[in-house]
Design a protein around this ligand. Structure first.
Ligand SMILES: [Zn+2]
Length: 376
């Protein structure tokens, strides 16, 4: 029997927190799930088999980066993104919309889509709902994201409203273009993205528009864009409940370990963030006792592992002193070892949350986590 195209099963709930699985053709995704970011067809400093061995069920690829280099048509000629990067499990691709807004120059936004100049070589490109769906199909994405516009949360409400309405029209065009994708549409899933910044009324309208169209899963967009954790949690107090109960909810671009715990507590099932990989290259390690800056001189002769509780290869075999030395010296191995630890720590945190929800002790888990991690 072939695996289902997309089947979300909730195994247990505890308060608003849920744990379960998403079954897909290329494998099962345990939720709540953290997706390592593989921006340019690589999770930076990590071999794909290591990404898998530390517990990742799915990774994220970036449409914007891949369309510019090496190009979606080229990836397709090379057999698709999975074969190209040697990752045979599910891949979620973003739509490119967010990164066009944050990275590209000379942007021109119309009802049709966005034209922009590449941040790499200045070449001109266009993204629209139809082109974004085509690129994600050429890459062979398992979970495709709708093309949307993400305005800054500090814009006037009228602007945020107009942008949300544009994103909902683009969501319908994304749905239609995805559905016309033949074999790819029959074997992959499409997620809608709720917008509306911090405004409850706009979030309701966005959720209603998305439910009307119908998606396999629903992302909460427009958060983690500088509004701060308090405002993000205040929005997450209502936004997940506006989306269908029986579909996964994905909080895009989040976050710090304490963001993940607070968001799971509020009903989120999926996350992605560059933080563990980027921090791994910058000398910041995440531990159950909080973040640690390994460049700090106090680690210079510390023979202890980065985290006594962590089961990763880095913590089993290398000292804080060695990691300190590698990062001070700019050695590539420093980035590799710390990235592996950070991603392993994130996966261990997700597993601990899944276990706590399954055993209906999530509130106690979250309290213990905050006591140790934040010192509160
Ligand atoms: Zn470790």
């Amino acid at each position: 029997m072939t695996a289902p195209r997309f089947q979300f099963s909730i195994r247990a709930t505890d308060g608003k927190a849920r744990t379960g699985t998403i079954a897909m053709r290329r494998g099962e995704i345990r939720t709540p799930a953290f997706m390592p970011v593989g921006t340019a067809a690589t999770v930076k400093a990590m071999k794909p088999e290591t990404v898998r061995s530390i517990g990742a069920d799915i990774i994220l690829g970036n449409t914007y980066h891949l369309m510019l280099r090496p190009g979606a048509e080229r990836v397709a000629r090379l057999g698709g993104l999975h074969r190209f990067m040697r990752w045979d499990r599910p891949i979620l691709t973003d739509s490119g919309g967010y990164q066009v807004m944050s990275l590209a120059s000379l942007r021109k936004l119309t009802e049709e889509g966005v034209t922009f100049q590449s941040h790499i070589d200045g070449s001109r490109h266009m993204l629209s709902p139809e082109r974004s769906m085509e690129i994600q199909r050429l890459l062979g994405s398992d979970i495709v994201m709708c093309f949307d516009e993400c305005p800054r949360a500090d814009r006037p409400l009228k602007e945020i409203e107009a942008s949300m309405e544009l994103s909902m029209r683009w969501a319908k065009r994304s749905r239609d273009a995805f559905d016309a994708g033949g074999d790819h549409a029959a074997n992959s899933a499409l997620f809608g993205i709720q917008q509306g910044a911090l405004d409850e009324g706009l979030r309701v309208r966005s959720a209603e528009a998305l439910r009307e169209i119908g998606f396999d899963g629903y992302a909460i967009g427009g958060l983690a864009v500088g509004e701060g954790q308090e405002a993000m949690f205040a929005t997450l107090d209502f936004a997940p409940g506006q989306l269908p109960q029986d579909a996964p909810r994905y909080l895009m671009g989040v976050g710090k370990p304490d963001d993940l715990v607070g968001a799971v507590e509020r009903g989120i099932d999926m996350f992605d963030c560059v933080l563990p990989t980027r921090s791994g290259r910058n000398g910041q390690g995440f531990t159950w006792s909080g973040p640690v800056n390994l460049r700090n001189a106090r680690h210079a002769e510390d023979t202890a592992p980065l985290d006594e509780r962590c089961s990763c290869d880095t913590c089993q075999n290398y000292s804080r002193a060695y990691l300190h030395h590698l990062h001070k010296s700019g050695e590539i191995l420093g980035a590799m070892l710390l990235t592996e630890h950070n991603l392993a720590f994130y996966q261990q945190l997700m597993q601990a949350m899944r276990d706590a929800i399954g055993e209906r002790r999530f509130a106690a888990f979250a309290a213990d986590f905050r006591r140790d991690y934040l010192g509160t």
